[in-house]
Design a binder for this molecule. Structure first.
Ligand code: UDP
Ligand code: MG
Length: 315
């Protein structure tokens, strides 16, 4: 039995060695063969140099170099495509997903679970703003999405071969793996943990990337916002009908110059609502646009320590 551990890396030069040592230590205590697949997501620091060094010393370490930065979710997808294991574990390379939990994930898999998801109960160094927005984002998602998306869900998880092969058929752009895994079904277990602070360096998720990721999650798994735009439109239509009656009344009773405020406010209000509606539609049209281009999800510069070592383009 082979275990694959997939780790996306983007400018993690200070974390790679410590993570490698921690995983090696944990895995040496288990009776499984394993491969450690690092996916370099277009790092611009010395991450690649360090990864090449480690791969030279340890044949269990495999490295895929993406041609540029594709983002965390796509880097994960690439690693999953390359993984050969009977079970695959995905985790972050900054020690926020504790390697010490790996045996527990494996134990649940041995007990017959197809997917073992982990749930972050809290993150030790997360800012107030990040914890707050994350909490309410998940609450909102759960109300809207067609699939279960657990609060605190993370991309630290184990999947068996069967669930991984199913997941590999999901090739959508603007990926939200937590939602896709939730949609898979099968037997899923949950494991709670507290994420320690990042070992070194800073979060690679800018506010822009976070917003993009959050919007991808919503638009990939829910059409509620589109419907909401419709409902708000109907509501505003009703309200403006009442306003028209009022304006007619004002006109007929000869007080036509009154009501500038009402007019101004209603124009701004309805205009604003329309823009929000258009924006929501735009988000979904944007997703359609990304899909119809049918571009590959990622492409690879080099693959190290794999049989054949052939870099490939993955659709
Ligand atoms: N990451 C990546 N590509 C990106 C951003 C992040 O491969 O564009 C990696 C990063 O190196 C780390 C993991 O994804 O191993 C999680 O990122 P990070 O720790 O910055 O996210 P946070 O924990 O702050 O949510
Ligand atoms: Mg992190």
């Amino acid at each position: 039995m082979l275990i694959s551990i997939v780790v996306p890396v983007y400018n993690e030069e200070e974390n790679i060695a410590i993570f490698y040592n921690a995983v090696t230590k944990v895995m040496s205590g288990l009776s499984y063969e394993y491969e450690l697949i690092y996916v370099d997501d277009g790092s611009t620091d010395s991450s690649v140099v360090i990864l090449r060094e480690i791969a030279k010393l340890d044949a269990r370490v495999k490295v895929v170099l993406l041609a540029r930065n594709f983002g965390h979710q796509t880097a994960l997808t690439c690693g999953l495509d390359y993984a050969k294991g009977d079970a695959v574990i995905t985790m972050d390379g900054d020690m926020q997903h504790p390697p010490a939990l790996i045996p527990e994930l494996i134990r649940l898999w041995e007990n017959g679970y197809d997917v073992v998801r982990t749930i972050r109960d809290s993150t030790e160094d997360a800012s107030w703003a990040k914890s707050f927005t994350s909490k309410y984002y998940y609450k909102l998602m759960n109300k809207m999405a067609d699939v279960p998306i657990v609060e605190g869900g993370s991309d630290f998880r184990l999947m068996n071969r069967k669930s991984l092969e199913t997941l590999k058929h999901f090739r959508e752009h603007g990926r939200f793996l937590r939602g896709i895994v939730g949609a898979l079904g099968y037997r899923q277990a949950e494991l709670h943990f507290v994420a320690p602070p990042r070992f070194a360096g800073v979060s690679k998720f800018s506010v822009r990337k976070m917003i993009r990721f959050a919007l991808d999650g919503v638009t990939a798994f829910s059409r509620v916002p589109l419907r909401a735009a419709l409902y708000v439109g109907v509501l505003c239509g009703g309200l403006s009908f009442l306003l028209i009656l009022h304006l007619l009344y004002v006109y007929l009773t000869g007080q036509a110059l009154n009501g500038w405020t009402t007019l101004g406010v209603s124009i701004l209000f309805i205009g604003g609502i329309q823009l929000v509606g258009l924006g929501i539609i735009g988000e979904y049209v944007g997703r359609v646009f990304e899909e119809v281009k049918q571009r590959p999800l990622y492409w690879v510069k080099a693959a190290i320590n794999f049989d054949g070592e052939n870099p490939e383009i993955a659709y």
